[in-house]
Ligand binder design. Structure first.
Ligand SMILES: Cc1cc2nc3c(=O)[nH]c(=O)nc-3n(C[C@H](O)[C@H](O)[C@H](O)COP(=O)(O)O)c2cc1C
Length: 305
């Protein structure tokens, strides 16, 4: 009996089965290659280093099973730490408030923060540079994985550079709105009345662009892993928004889609950095409006167990 009569399904469908297999294998090879080349975990985060345990990122640690063998020699090889090995630990200077004061302070802070709004209409009125420096300082007080401080805040006030930034963003945003985002996303945005025209990018006196550093350089020239760089930069960005608001200025949180590489090149930032946030900062235009949004009540955002 021939193979065709024994396995009629295979003999009839072999071209489709072979094509499927080739597609699957190509996908595996491409995704493996892509993972390797776009790894943001820093140096040697794949291959041998992963096996020996010399460099491990939080994601890799999460992947390792509890029952995996633990070998002291490979876990603690002779490598230097990013911070000084003999780092001094000093007494913590804590300012204590009474419970009543704490309630009052927390209420005041909540009321202050509840007045923060995203503003899409800016005045070109100048703002003291010292304020911008201080809000960036405040952002830089954020916690970071292993105190790696994986952030760069690029402050732009040069009008020509702001115009170039606006051009890059408007060109991309037009394609985003018309082709990439899709009907649901653009429909969800319609009540906010946003579109690809971004006058505020040339009106606001400052644009702050927040870059996450995917890795850094140690004093000895070696690469320094920036653990949890995404989360660390997100928290610093929250502090930045808070500081801008507390100082009496307004901002617009934006994450321009597909503009990162062009803006990074324009601003001369290295390939180890990735744009995470773009924030025009200044005074609101006199006739600025905001959508009349309400915020979720405490019952909907807090679970007390
Ligand atoms: C990650 C992120 C990206 C955002 N991107 C944009 C943006 O591209 N354009 C814009 O007008 N608003 C943007 N926003 C602002 C939101 O639309 C705004 O925060 C939301 O409508 C709530 O308004 P509020 O900030 O005034 O409370 C963004 C906010 C976040 C957190």
């Amino acid at each position: 009996m021939s193979l065709a009569t024994q396995m009629p399904f295979f003999s009839q469908n072999w071209p489709i089965i072979t094509l499927g297999l080739v597609c699957y294998l190509s996908f595996r090879v491409i995704s493996h290659f892509f993972k390797k080349t776009t790894s943001t975990d820093g140096p040697d985060s794949t291959g041998d280093a992963k096996k020996t345990g010399v460099y491990r990122t939080p994601d890799q640690v999460a992947e390792i099973k509890e029952d995996e063998d633990w070998d002291e020699e490979t876990e603690f090889p002779d490598i230097s730490s990013a911070l000084p090995a003999d780092l001094e630990h000093i007494p913590f200077n804590f300012e204590r408030f009474t419970p009543e004061e704490m309630v009052k302070r927390s209420e005041e802070f909540y009321r202050l923060m509840n007045r923060r709004r995203t503003i899409r209409f800016f005045s070109s009125e100048p703002v003291p540079f010292k304020v911008i420096e201080n809000v960036v300082r405040a952002a830089g007080t954020g916690p970071s994985g292993a105190h790696t401080e994986p952030w760069t805040f690029v402050v732009v006030s040069d009008q020509e550079v702001k115009e170039k930034i606006r051009q890059i963003i408007e060109d991309e945003e037009e394609v985003n709105y018309k082709k990439r985002m899709g009907v649901q996303w653009t429909t969800d945005l319609r009540p906010l009345r946003t579109n690809w025209i971004k006058e505020y990018l040339t009106e606001a006196p400052y644009i702050i662009l927040v870059f996450k550093q995917m890795y850094g350089i140690k004093p000895d020239g070696g690469k320094k892993i920036h653990y949890y760089n995404e989360m660390s930069v997100a928290m610093a960005s929250g502090l930045l928004l808070t500081a801008v608001h507390y100082s009496g200025l307004v901002s617009l949180t934006s994450t321009p889609l597909n503009c990162g590489p062009a803006l990074r090149t324009l601003l001369g930032r290295p390939a180890s950095e990735k744009l995470t946030l773009l924030l025009p900062v200044g005074y609101p235009a006199k006739d600025a409006t905001v959508p009349n949004l309400s915020r979720k009540p405490i019952e909907d955002i807090m679970v007390h167990i």
